[in-house]
Write a protein of this length. Sequence first.
Length: 462
Amino acid sequence: MSWQIEGFLETRQGHLTIDGADAVEMAREYGSPLFVFGERRIRRNINRLKRVADVIDCPLKLCYAAKAMSTLGILRAVKDADCDVEVNSGGELWKALKAGFSGEQITFNGTSKEVWEIELALENDVYAIQVDSLFELSLIEETAKRLGKRANVSLRLVPEIESDTHSGLQTALLTSKFGMMPDEAYSAVREHVDAPHINICGVHLHIGSQNPDPTVYAAAFETLFESLLRVFSETGQRLRHINLGGGFPVRYLDDNADDLDSKQHAMLAADYEPSDAIRPAWESVRRAAKDADAEHLLEGLTLLLEPGRSIIADAGICLTTIRNVKSRPTADGGEDHWLLTDAGFNILLSMETYKWYYHLISAGRPDDPHHISYKVAGPLCDGGDVYFDIEGENRLPEHRLLPADTRPGEVLALLNCGAYSLSQASQYNARFLPAVVLIKADGTPKLIRRRDNFEDLISADL
Ligand SMILES: Cc1ncc(COP(=O)(O)O)c(C=O)c1O
């Protein structure tokens, strides 16, 4: 079966097992829907990214993008795998500290930072605050002065690099909301050489998420190196780090999604080794440095990467149970068999907003032929809560293939669900947020988030 991952996703005694644990039994024990993560898979993904260090001649600092999934148990698993963290809000910063990350292990992004968030970052001496505008730089400077601190900041650039990813995931274009124009960034550096409360120590960009074309990393790296060079030639200041963001893809598509729009198909099927993307990028920067007689600028430099999806997406599976079935005549005289699950867009928002594809298999009989077409939908009282493209633009398959006679009570598994799913979840329709189980590195399942209860539905209501 093409979805199998040896040692992680397998069939044993006829059932899907996740890191050795029976998926159907877990859904029964912990309640459905249920998210299950594998710590060994998280470690494997982090180690795969760390191989980037072998293709560059400078230290690598790997910072997990916490927004992809920030349940404390997952943050702790990331930390235990010797990976640092990137946060996007005071809340994520607080969670990262709670999970045990030190300030030195944290980079702080975000486009609308409030003073209390900047204070929290400064009080904890984070590695860098990524600055998104000149206004924000002045806010950080004021706050640092008041607290008697010197803020480490890096400037987020808008490099105008286009990626073939989903438009909502493009972040390096002038039309996107992120970052500063290069000239603004250079003037900021000029004005802050030797500033007592601001230490501009890096430049940053993030091209986009799920980038299908690995060559965008070379373009991005060259842009960052040009900034390094220009900053040095105009101010004599050496930057200590370059941050290339995240964006390495995860292969979401299985064989049977051929009816998708071709661009969507290429994006969801993207698959390459991060080190294969960074190797040529580093080589071209080395050449550029040599040509400019500026190889010394690469000495003492650290390369930061901030991957989220490529660490957590394929380590997480969403188990859902079929709660209802029906048949409906179709316009062409046929019949559709509908399956209504208990996993809606309240826990898989990207399926509705970005038409993100998650491969679906039967957890109780994964090796049976998956050859019968079903219309699949979630439980929400919302017409958009369906597993196909309700706008009819072929961004998701019309039908899902599952075994014959799939019926209520059966457990299904949505694969590659670990990133940007539970972290975007809501209690829409007053549905309980699901439990999360982490299969620990020693193979024992551990509940790391309990399922909501009635009280959780009103816990903040006054
Ligand atoms: C600034 C920044 N860094 C890192 C990431 C993580 O990206 P990914 O999950 O695709 O690796 C994002 C996501 O969009 C981002 O905006």
